[in-house]
Design a protein around this ligand. Structure first.
Ligand SMILES: [Zn+2]
Length: 301
């Protein structure tokens, strides 16, 4: 899948006219239909005015190819973390309110229970096997202090998940580290949980968390894995169209500079040779053909 094209399809091409004339030439083409500019994401030439312009340092940072795919994956994880945050925040609030207004809820529960039981029985549920009722009954046996601690723990977990969600959504390096570390800390507990009882929800949550940790460490090169941050950024640079053109231009200029230096050297050699000749044979007829001589002198090099 070409993620760059997909990105351009979703949010349009990114064209940029740099102030630097040589770079400008490399990024644009003039055709009968008018000038077209190279998209910095998908690389196609787009007819029309460039979207923006300015010095090359002001060029937009464009995500392409693999980086775009990785941004998509990280944002999927961010959404999943956000959902966890909402669930645990709701749980924290519910437990907190339950722990503070325990008596009234207990009374309500006592009143409601017979009605719920008969309703469930009519629906064909065996109330004695109902997990939810069991949980509610179990919660009533906990003292308010324990409940408050439970609410606090759920709230703390929600906060951690919010930070993870924000960091991953913004594609920040700190977000990747935070998500990786926070998720890793939870994994031993999740394994313990699974040894106690295997449920679909637990298995899914466990797989998502392990996948996130492995994905972050391997593709984001956290903790120096596969060359670390330097290698990661070098790969991004090598994937940039603008950087590619700048490198090609620099290489071209280096070749040109070397050619000029060689030509000058040859010209100087020719000049001194000619001067010696002139000294031997009298006044020179003229030096208009000197550059061409220098050019041929360069040949055998
Ligand atoms: Zn494009």
């Amino acid at each position: 899948m070409d993620w760059s094209l997909l990105g351009c399809g979703a949010s349009g091409h990114v064209t940029f006219a740099p102030d630097e004339p040589e770079l400008r030439k490399r990024l644009s083409v003039t055709s009968p239909e008018g000038a077209s500019w190279r998209c910095l994401r998908c690389g196609t030439f787009v007819i029309g005015e460039p979207a923006s312009g300015g010095p090359v340092s002001a060029a937009p940072r464009v995500r392409r190819g693999k980086e775009l795919r990785s941004a998509f994956i990280l944002r999927l994880f961010a959404v999943e973390r956000g959902l966890r945050a909402i669930i645990f925040a709701a749980l924290a609030i519910a437990v907190w309110r339950f722990s503070t207004s325990r008596l009234s809820i207990e009374a309500a529960y006592d009143q409601m229970l017979p009605a719920v039981r008969s309703l469930l029985r009519e629906l064909g549920f065996n109330v004695n096997h109902s997990k939810l009722l069991g949980l509610i009954q179990h919660a009533f046996q906990l003292n308010p202090h324990t409940l408050a601690l439970l609410a606090l723990a759920a709230g703390a977990y929600a906060v951690i998940e919010i930070i993870e969600a924000v960091g991953l959504w913004l594609l920040k390096r700190w977000g990747e580290y935070f998500a990786m570390i926070a998720t890793s800390i939870g994994i031993p507990y999740e394994i313990y949980d699974l040894t106690a009882k295997v449920t679909v929800l637990r298995v899914v949550a466990f797989i998502i968390n392990v996948a996130l940790v492995v994905y972050l460490v391997v593709t984001k090169r956290l903790f120096g894995v596969r060359g670390g941050k330097k290698a990661y950024e070098a790969r991004l640079r090598s994937a940039s169209i603008l950087q590619g053109e700048m490198d090609a231009l620099a290489a071209e200029q280096a070749v040109r500079a070397e050619e000029a230096a060689q030509a000058e050297e040859a010209a100087q050699a020719g000049h001194t040779g000619q001067a010696e000749e002139a000294a031997r044979a009298g006044p020179a007829p003229g030096r208009t053909d000197q550059p061409r001589e220098a050019g041929t002198a360069r040949g055998p090099d």
